[in-house]
Ligand binder design. Structure first.
Ligand SMILES: [Zn+2]
Length: 473
């Protein structure tokens, strides 16, 4: 079609209407843009300098190479604490110490799963934390399958008694990881429900989003009064294979070996501080958890978190003295049941905290900032939003924050910040052998450090350059 022909067509179409005035629709009211306060130059500078940070990589690389996996309460976690104290002292932190606590230590032994009948074959399995142990030769039982925890709950006990329960689910991949809450039910509640109904064991589809033959470990606690039974995860491909086998309609028999042991032991929180100019000012507490699952090296969960938060505090320390004390906490035994977080709350929960924040969602870029300081401090939340926006971070809620170890303290009303990391791929690696250093993108890690540094700079009450730094100006 030629241009002139098109013009003629358009003219012909509009000509009859041009004679009479057209009604003008009322324009939709435009939402006013959110005006955030100007970012102080000192905050912008320290934030942007952190984009070339190497401290965080140095910490997570050192921890994963020199310690490796570090299950809560184990000898490996004890070595991690020794490593952490030396590292934090070397970085120049003050008041570096360990606050120890007792805990039951669960340790994984040999594990395997195989279908005995009707189609003998091996399945990839791993035990959940606090699983009961099977005998060395395993247990053998008929499988009864369910599509959800609700279906398991609704089943008559007679359908479950003496059998091995299998529960599947359809956890989706999401940026904010929100699927983990609901779709984690088979792991968190499944074992207790199955035991109450008389099952001899339970396997669930891994709470994850990858398609590798990597089962995902994870914590679960048997409810009080419920007898522990062997409980574990099948990798996603193996869970799907088991579903196909069950669909054939014949009785399916599984041999499940999940050997483990429990003994009394101890863990601890590693604490380090950047002392503030005003010792009476409420403190800023940031951290992650030092323990990890045992299948990978705990690089993403949560080597990255301890590295990011300590690196940010180190950058503030290097810039000068903040008004408020910054306390870095590397929590012990988070994975086995928030032991470190609960212990910190017991010991320090009544101290005045200006804000608390935890990095425990991997090493992806931060995309959103939430805060929960209370109505009277919303301006501070907006100052924080403004300081982070240039890093590509969306201003989020002024009335929300979350965190694993710090969750109970947030519930108690402690002011808190939530820096949301992109979790699109987090549940591919989470609690699997794939949680290793190579999965961390150094540039994303630096963006995290810049965000945490800016957050500390905004909330620190002002950083006074050290005398030496002042002379150089
Ligand atoms: Zn974690």
């Amino acid at each position: 079609m030629t241009r002139s022909f098109l013009t003629a067509l358009l003219l012909a179409a509009t000509a009859p209407l041009a004679a009479q005035p057209l009604p003008t629709p009322t324009p939709a009211p435009s939402t006013p843009p959110k005006y955030l306060p100007t970012v102080p130059k000192a905050v912008a500078e320290i934030r942007d300098a952190a984009l070339s940070d190497n401290h965080a990589w140095d910490i997570v690389e050192g921890l994963t190479v020199e310690v490796g996996q570090r299950m809560g309460g184990t000898e490996a976690e004890a070595r991690a604490r020794v490593w952490a104290v030396a590292k934090l002292k070397a970085l120049g932190f003050a008041n570096v110490h360990v606050e120890r606590f007792a805990m039951p230590v669960w340790t994984r032994g040999p594990e395997s799963a195989e279908i005995v009948a009707p189609f003998p074959q091996k399945l990839a399995v791993t035990a959940f934390g606090n699983s009961a142990s099977t005998p060395a030769q395993g247990i053998v039982g008929e499988i009864v399958g369910f599509d959800s925890v609700a279906d398991l709950m609704a089943a008559p006990d007679s359908a479950v008694r003496g059998k091995i329960v299998f529960v599947t689910h359809a956890m989706p991949r999401t940026q904010d990881g929100s699927g983990y809450g609901y779709f984690g039910g088979p792991r968190r509640q499944g074992p207790s429900i199955a035991s109450r109904k008389g099952a001899i064991g339970i396997v669930v589809r891994s709470i994850g989003t990858d398609s590798h033959r990597n089962p995902h470990a994870g914590g679960q606690q048997f409810e009080p009064g419920v007898a522990p039974i062997p409980a574990g995860a099948l990798s996603r491909p193996d869970a799907e294979q088991l579903q196909r086998i069950l669909k054939r309609g014949q009785p399916v028999t599984l041999r499940l070996t999940l050997v483990s042991s429990v003994r009394p032991g101890e863990s601890g929180n590693v604490i380090a501080e950047v002392p503030g100019r005003d010792p009476k000012a409420p403190i800023l507490m940031v951290g992650g958890h030092l323990d990890s699952w045992d299948l990978g090296t705990g690089a993403v969960d949560d080597g990255a978190g301890v590295a990011i938060t300590a690196a940010a505090a180190k950058r503030i320390m290097a810039a000068g003295r903040p008004l408020r004390t910054i306390r870095v906490v590397w929590f012990g035994a988070e994975e086995m049941g928030l032991y470190g977080g609960m212990f910190y709350k017991d010991v320090h929960g009544r101290e005045a905290h200006h804000a608390i924040a935890e990095s425990d969602f991997g090493a992806g870029r931060i995309w959103k900032v939430d805060s929960k300081f209370g109505k009277a401090r919303e301006a501070e939340g907006m100052a924080l939003q403004a300081a982070l926006a240039p890093l590509g971070i969306v201003p989020g809620s002024l009335d929300a924050a979350d965190g694993s170890d710090i969750g109970p303290m947030i519930e108690d009303g402690m002011p808190a910040v939530g820096l949301s990391q992109d979790g699109t791929y987090y549940f591919d690696l989470h609690h699997t052998p794939d949680d290793t250093l190579d999965k961390i993108d150094p540039e994303a890690l630096r963006q995290n450090v810049a965000a945490w540094t800016a957050m500390l700079a905004v909330l620190s009450g002002g950083i006074e350059p050290q005398p030496r730094a002042r002379q150089r100006r």
